[in-house]
Design a protein around this ligand. Structure first.
Ligand code: ADP
Ligand code: MG
Length: 601
């Protein structure tokens, strides 16, 4: 064959192979153009999974009549002028390739009226041939219609999947817009039936419900985390996450956005999933919308023609930021807190409130053992040897419970190896590590001392003050941290160059040898240094004290003790991890058990 310059139509058809692969990619280009034009509302019509029709209609700024034919020329764009502009792209488009490419492989129509213009214009493209511009009267904005995509290129049309498969991909494109553009409303129909209707300004929660269905209503938890990468670069990670019970079998349920741009990134999706590892069984994924905001200079968006991938200057740092943010939420386990709403009283309990008069009185519940949970673990007054032990739990007796919390209302199946409690509720099997839970309860209580309106810590005064020998660094550390230590229940005063006089210790230490505990804490403080009274330093100190306070090893629990133990967990209101980050419990949803036995899909 002699060498010839390819006709424009053929060049466009070849280029179309890069930009448009299937209906969903054409849809994506049209939607992005509409968003780039400042639209606040999109109407999308699809037929046969997008194979027969893709129509995107917007209320954006439109295209002036005289520019309409130019919009269909290759490398014609209103978004970039110079190569330098590529470094600061704020639009989705910039290559000026989408419209001519799509038009070259479909029956194409564009109609537009620019803001302020008297009339609009219309161009049709068929077989790669443009019709002349015809004036039309229409509201401001643009509509683009793509019919029979790839009909002129049978080799490509053949590769399209079934209508449902293509439609699913189109919906993925739409979902990404729904999540990433809270200022934009959409109405979507397929084969004449409405599939989505999202008003502009709909909140993210409502958008999630549109995308994932009503099952997630009220089951999503907001994330808003700010931190730094590499020590100094600010990064914000925000969005919505489901609890471990609303999980998905596919990682598609994780939506990622960087600076408002939806992206695909396996590593970042893994960062999210890994943060759930302790609470979610393998091969399940949370529902998540994750927005990452960071200096645009640190992200390159010009990597991929479909613009679904970005390149980070430091991918590891972004991974770790996302992981930390999500982990923070998982550890605080908001799904527990939100399910602590009072449970409806069971009939027999209501019965208890019925008096002779037949009048319904406020139900008087059977007296439950007071939440004396630590007593259940050996902190009780065993014998009556001095020093007198004032239990923390006694110093602050829990209110008799009107209704139980999430853990207290679990049905205990039994104890395993005297170490784990096996429980169930209506939805899942729950395994609790007794030791980790105790440690966490102690931790939460200690930490609560630092709330602004906290009562002073319950102290256990020593009958005879003990002198404790410390090293010089230890003494310096405890003197420096004295205010914090006193808040926790230690009372002491320096007594010579390397000695303190210990007057009382926190009540939760029970009968353990006071001076030894103080020494351990002083040693920790000296090693780590007192880092003032910031939250993290206090948390660390509380974690260490909790660790010293809790007795290790298996422990049989009577039914009453089990109940007291679970109530105690509710009272502490803690997350899914012990202060050292080990999990306190995990759960296996019954649906998961059924799935494993092949009972349900
Ligand atoms: P790009 O988006 O990369 O600039 P396109 O081929 O997708 O290239 O579009 C070419 C030009 O047509 C755009 O730069 C824009 O000026 C105009 N355009 C396309 N779609 C719309 C729309 N929906 N509203 C307003 N202008 C549009
Ligand atoms: Mg474009």
């Amino acid at each position: 064959m002699p060498i010839i310059r390819l006709p424009d139509t053929v060049v466009s058809q070849i280029a179309a192979g890069e930009v448009v692969e299937r209906p969903a990619s054409a849809l994506k280009e049209l939607v992005e153009n509409a968003l780039d034009a400042g639209s606040t509302h999109l109407e999308i019509g699809l037929a046969a999974g997008g194979k027969e029709l893709i129509r995107v209609s917007d209320n954006g700024r439109g295209i002036p009549l005289e520019e309409l034919p130019v919009a269909l020329e290759r490398h014609a764009t209103s978004k970039v002028r110079r190569v330098e502009d590529l470094h600061s792209i704020t639009t989705f488009g910039f290559r000026g390739e989408a419209l001519p490419s799509i038009a070259s492989v479909s029956e194409f129509l564009i109609e537009s009226r620019a803001t302020g213009a008297e009339v609009g214009g219309r161009i049709e493209v068929s077989g790669g041939v443009l019709s002349p511009v015809r004036p039309v009267s229409r509201p401001p904005g643009t509509v683009v219609e793509v019919r029979n995509l790839f009909l002129p290129v049978p080799a490509r049309r053949k590769f399209l999947k079934s209508e449902t498969a293509e439609l699913r991909r189109c919906f993925e494109v739409i979902d990404a817009v729904i999540f990433s553009r809270e200022d934009v409303g959409l109405r979507v129909s397929h084969d004449g039936h409405e599939s989505y209707n999202v008003p502009s300004r709909a909140a993210l929660e409502d958008r999630a419900e549109v995308v994932w269905g009503r099952k997630l209503r009220g089951q999503l938890h907001s994330l808003d985390w700010e931190g730094t990468m590499q020590g100094s670069v600010p990064v914000r990670v925000s969005g919505l996450l489901s609890g471990p019970r609303q999980s998905s079998p596919a990682a598609r349920s994780i939506f990622l956005m960087v600076n408002g741009r939806p992206i695909r990134d396996r590593a970042l999706a893994a960062a999210v999933t890994q943060a759930y590892r302790e609470v979610l069984v393998e091969q399940r994924y949370p529902f998540a919308v994750i927005r990452i905001e960071l200096d645009p200079e640190r992200v390159d968006v010009n990597v991929h023609p479909a613009k679904t991938e970005v390149r980070f200057q430091d991918p590891g740092a972004v991974f770790s930021a996302v992981h930390r943010a999500v982990k923070h939420l998982v550890e605080s386990a908001p799904w527990n807190r939100e399910r602590e709403k009072p449970l409806p009283l069971s009939p027999w309990k209501r019965q208890a409130g019925v008096q002779d008069s037949g009048q319904l009185q406020p139900p008087s519940l059977p007296q439950m053992p007071l939440s004396d949970g630590f007593a259940a673990f050996g902190y009780a007054r065993r014998g009556s040897a001095a020093p007198a032990v004032v239990l923390d739990a006694q110093a602050e007796p829990a209110e008799p419970r009107e209704s139980r919390g999430r853990f207290g209302s679990l049905d205990v199946i039994g104890q395993v190896r005297n170490e784990f409690l096996l429980c169930q509720d209506g939805e899942a099997l729950i395994v609790i590590d007794q030791h980790a839970a105790m440690e966490r309860v102690a931790f939460e209580r200690l930490r609560r001392r630092f709330d602004p309106d906290a009562k002073p810590a319950a102290r256990q005064p020593l009958l005879v003050p003990e002198t404790v020998e410390l090293s010089r660094p230890e003494l310096a550390a405890v003197v420096e941290g004295r205010a914090v230590l006193e808040k926790l229940g230690f009372e002491f005063e320096p007594f010579g160059p390397t000695t303190v006089l210990l007057r009382s210790v926190p009540a939760i230490f029970g009968r353990r040898q006071p001076s030894r505990l103080f020494l351990e804490i002083a040693g920790d403080l000296a090693d780590e240094g007192v880092r003032g009274a910031d939250r993290e330093a206090i948390d660390q100190l509380c974690a260490r004290m909790a660790c010293h306070a809790v007795i290790r090893g298996p422990r049989p629990l009577s039914p009453e003790e089990r109940q007291a133990f679970l109530d105690e967990m509710d009272e502490a209101g803690f997350g899914a991890h012990c202060p050292h980050g080990r999990p306190v419990y995990f759960e296996i949803p019954f649906v998961e058990i059924e799935r494993r036995f092949g009972k349900k899909v």
